[in-house]
Design a protein around this ligand. Sequence first.
Ligand code: UT7
Length: 332
Amino acid sequence: MQKGHSAVLTGLGAWLPPRVVDNDALSQRLDTSDEWIRTRTGIRERRIADPDTSTVDMAVQAGANALRSAGSDLVDAVVLATSTPDYVCPASAPQVASALGLSGIAAFDVNAVCTGFVYALATGGGLIAGGMADRVLVIGADVFSRLCDPADRGTVPIFGDGAGAVVLRRGLADEPGALGPFDLHSEGDNADLLIVPAGGAKQRESDDPRDHYVTMHGQAIFRHACARMAESARAVLERAGLEIDDVDRFVAHQANIRILLATAKQLKLPEDRVVANIGHAGNTSAASIPLALADACEDGSLQPGHRVLLTAFGAGLTWGSTLLTWPDVKPG
Ligand code: UT7
């Protein structure tokens, strides 16, 4: 790509399953309470996909909404961020592309768990930068509730299901919507902090059914999330030659309201610049950033011209950030 060119955000779409599960409903089947969940996580309710709704179904809905928002369904590639693909093999993105009437184009999954959307933005931007695509549909979709042991009060209250998407087009680095720079990291030594031990190629079966569900070391993940997101936010700002005061909206992965506020405090970022929709969406993994962007557009807290800092942290471990000035784009 020529100097001065960039991937520019030109469409936004969101989709949440209709079924609302509030904290009181969870308290009836788990040893927990609305008060504990609200004060420890900021979550009041989450959306849970019905059994016949899969990641592909949700991704198609969000993708169609993003294409409508962009005003054109012409794209050259679909990049799907997910850690809950419909099948271990093959990837889900080709099925999403076909269902959207886009059969034939490049389509593949990116798995960086809760950091997936930021990684997928970088990948989609890279396809444009490398001259392999002019327009890319980037989707984050997860049905993470299916990875939670129904008896585990440590994970069930946190995760919700959903999908969000954006359309990227080739554009200029100095126009609204231009993405970048990026800051991306991983640390595989800590893979066991949030892991589904069985079901993959290393351990197909297990005598303990719990091995097919996610195991999470919540406190360790909490500490890593705050430190890594703050570090990455600082790195991307420095690369862009900006200060924290230049950030109008901080749209971070919605893991826990305490993580969002602690990270903002470390960054000395005023709380009113933190976008939070975790109260009604929960932690939707790869979908959480585009869902938060869509909610902030809808409620008016995100306006064209705002400088937006996107930061995420997830299992892997993975983390990363990018920047953009919000363009005149509304959710489709
Ligand atoms: O996207 C990345 C994915 N994951 C995350 O971001 C998770 C990051 N971690 C967190 O958000 C928090 O660590 C949790 C919300 C998971 C837990 O909050 P915490 O403040 O770290 O609680 P804790 O694990 O220190 O547990 C405090 C107490 C314990 O009881 P005792 O030992 O003090 O008697 C737990 O057994 O709360 C208990 N507890 C619960 N009580 C009621 C743990 N889960 C629950 C529950 N309801 N659901």
